[in-house]
Design a protein around this ligand. Structure first.
Ligand code: GRF
Length: 204
């Protein structure tokens, strides 16, 4: 399976995917890394692994349509069959989502459908979880549709929140399981083991 990774930041999930490919756990290739930032960790990781990179930001285009054209061109040029959003903080143009319907997944650092939606990213998620007094949090891999964090859930794993956990310590615990479940979810797609029916998805 030819995967395009979209990332806006440090790229630790991107690296976890690359490591799973190198370890022959994930039968796939990363064909391009697309980022809205030219100088982030994810871009460095791609360059170090000789993976093609494409810097595409809305700021470079006059409309969402023009950005969608550029993204689709980059995806087609690199023969991408699947998209993994690994810490991508911008909205994907609707036309790209439609073109890759049921072939785009995102990793979210909480147990969706709770603690998701627009503006719920990074530290804010863990702050909200701790403030709510929850005893459990986790990570979610879900399909991407045109609404933030709303597509069918593919895989989740939980962590226990300790009484002395802070947003930082919780983020670190969850990042570890993100690195486990994201490659596993992609593996299930690559092996044709993900069933999707309406709003439900599951791994067989
Ligand atoms: C992760 O916590 C992921 O769940 C969220 O953004 C963060 C990206 O981290 N969507 P990294 O860039 O993969 O290290």
């Amino acid at each position: 399976m030819n995967i395009a990774v979209f990332a806006s930041g440090r790229g630790s999930n991107f690296l976890a995917i690359l490591n799973a490919i190198d370890a022959r756990i994930l039968p796939a290739q990363i064909v391009v890394l697309i980022s809205n930032k030219s100088d982030v960790g994810a871009m460095e990781i791609a360059r170090a692994h000789n993976i093609p990179t494409q810097h595409l930001s809305q700021k470079m285009f006059s409309s969402e349509e023009a950005l969608a054209d550029a993204m689709l061109e980059a995806l087609e040029k690199n023969h991408a069959e699947f998209i993994a959003l690994a810490g991508y903080l911008k909205k994907i143009p609707a036309r790209v989502i439609r073109q890759y319907c049921n072939r785009i997944v995102n990793i979210h650092p909480a147990l969706l459908p709770s603690f998701g939606g627009e503006g719920m990213y990074g530290h804010r998620v863990h702050e909200a979880v701790i403030a709510s007094g929850e005893k459990v949090s986790g990570a979610t891999v879900h399909l991407v549709d045109e609404e933030y964090d709303c597509g069918p859930i593919v895989l989740q794993k939980t962590v226990t929140i300790a009484q002395n956990d802070t947003p930082d310590s919780l983020a670190a615990k969850i990042l570890k399981i993100e690195h486990e479940i994201f490659p596993l979810a992609l593996k299930a797609f690559a092996e044709g083991r993900v069933r999707i029916e309406g709003r439900k998805a599951w791994i067989t």
